[in-house]
Structure formats: C-alpha cells, structure tokens
Design a protein around this ligand. Structure first.
Ligand code: SAM
Length: 266
C-alpha cells in the first residue's frame, strides 16, 4: 500500500514491509509511552525512529541515540531533525541495529524506548535483557509477544520468556494498542511492554534448562526435563521442592525454576 505520511515530508514514503514499517500515528498512545517512562538519568536508545513521531517526544525530554536501517528514512530524519542533530540532542545511526549491537548497544547506560520492528522484536528484547548498559525497556511490540514476556506462573502464556524477564527484572504491559493506531495497520494487535531491569541475562545453562522444560508445553515438566537430565535426578529434584510429578511447565514459579536449576545443573 502506498501511503502519504507526514505533511512536511517532501517525498512520499512507501512503507517497506521488509523493514516492519508500521508508523504510530495515534497521539494518545505516543503520550502514554512518554508518560510511562520511569524516572532515570539514562539517555534513550530508540530503534527504528521511522518518520520520527515518537522521536519528537523523546528529544524533548532526553538525549536520544536512534538507529534506523532504511536509508530513505535516514535522509528524511537528517533533514527533519537538523537542529537536534546539530546540538547533539539526537544522534542518528544509519544501518542495521543488529549489526551495530555487540555485547553493549551503547557504551553508557541507556533506556530502550521504541516502537520496534516486529520481525526482530523478540531478538532485540533478549539482547537488551543481556546488555548490562540497558537500564529498562519500554517497547511497542506484538501483543502476543508482550503477554509472553509479562505472564505470571499459572497463566497459559507463562514460559521461558516470562521466566527470563522475571529473572532480570519486572515486566508489565502499559497499554494495549489496536491496529488502527498505525499507518499501514499491522495484522496483529500490539501492546507497550515495560521491563525494569535489576540485573542482566548471563546464565546460558539456566536458559538451556528452560528450553528443555518448555519443549512440549502440554507434557509434564518431569518428561520435558528428562530429555536433558537423568530421569532419577529430575524425580528427586521435584520431590525435594514438593512439586508434583504431573506438574506442567507453566505451573512452576520462576523461583522454583531457579531452585530446580541449582539441584539439577551440578
Ligand atoms: N518509530 C516509528 C513509529 O513509531 O512510527 C517507526 C516504527 S516501525 C514499527 C519500525 C522501524 O524500525 C522502521 O522505521 C524500520 O525501518 C526500522 N527498522 C527495521 N529493521 C531495523 C533494523 N534491523 N535496524 C534498525 N532499524 C530497523
């Protein structure tokens, strides 16, 4: 679909599906994102500024470093934010953020605030959770993915992503957002997810245990874990934690998963 966006934009920008371009146009949602930003001294990293609708709000309150892969949009943003770039209120980095992102995205503490490209959203969130310089994430993503990160034990969406998020911080949904809030409406519902970190992902073996635990979510935890650990050790660990042999993976709390890991990964 061809879409004409910003009135100031001299050229028509055709939304590029391959870059996951859905531009957030509902100002009430933009306000909610800015209002939900926790108090912090960190600068902001924005991934995918697009036509700069969110960026405009962000540069008003903080210094921003924005990463945009689309060269047409980069040219547009360079013109539109000429003044902010001149005063270093905005630093624009053109290129694929995943290529620029080594173990740290920036070499100082930052908060990730963005309407993310959905095709790489989970990957970006997991990288930010592992990045010691990332203080918190406030990101618009597919609603289904937001619910996986923020689910509590016992919910049907509770899984490895929820446990990873709860291990490094607290996750909550700020607001649900319908497709009509965007120009080029996405086919899915969206939500703004907030994850406030108190530490970072650094335990690969724990996450491998989680992967085993949720391989077949409808099967018992005992059966799933036995694909990675001795059946007898799994039985003994569950007994020690007073967890039933028939318990399903989504019924076990994050704390109990950490206890299980201590007992099994020796
Ligand atoms: N922030 C804008 C808004 O809210 O309207 C645009 C959000 S749009 C969902 C996602 C943006 O991410 C697009 O501008 C797209 O070009 C950009 N993008 C996609 N893949 C990227 C990548 N690998 N690195 C950096 N930016 C990327």
């Amino acid at each position: 679909m061809n879409a004409k966006y910003n009135e100031n934009m001299s050229n028509e920008h055709v939304a590029k599906k391959k870059f996951g371009q859905n531009f957030l146009k509902d100002r009430s949602v933009l306000y909610k994102i800015v209002e939900a930003m926790p108090k912090s001294d960190s600068i902001i990293a924005e991934i995918g500024p697009g036509l700069g609708d969110l960026t405009k709000f962000l540069v008003d309150v903080k210094s921003v470093v924005a990463f945009e892969v689309d060269t047409d949009l980069c040219q547009y943003l360079n013109r539109e934010f000429k003044q902010e770039i001149k005063t270093s209120q905005l630093t624009l980095k053109c290129g694929d953020v995943l290529e620029a992102w080594q173990s740290e995205l920036l070499d100082e503490t930052y908060a990730l605030v963005a309407n993310l490209p959905y095709y790489i959203a989970t990957n970006i969130i997991l990288k930010a959770l592992a990045d010691p310089n990332c203080e918190y994430l406030l990101v618009m993503i597919q609603r289904e993915v937001a619910e996986k990160f923020s689910a509590s034990a016992g919910d049907k969406n509770f899984g490895a992503l929820s446990i990873i998020a709860q291990t490094v911080g607290t996750a909550s949904i700020v607001v649900h957002v319908p497709p009509e809030a965007f120009d080029r409406a996405p086919k899915v519902d969206s939500a703004v997810l907030l994850i406030q970190k108190h530490s970072s992902r650094d335990n690969e073996a724990f996450e491998l245990m989680l992967r085993a635990a949720f391989t077949q979510p409808r099967k018992t935890l005992s059966k799933n874990l036995s694909s990675r650990y001795e059946k007898e050790s799994v039985k003994a660990a569950l007994e020690q934690l007073e967890l039933s042999a028939s318990i399903r993976p989504h019924q076990v709390s994050t704390t109990d998963y950490h206890q299980l890991f201590k007992l099994l990964d020796i």
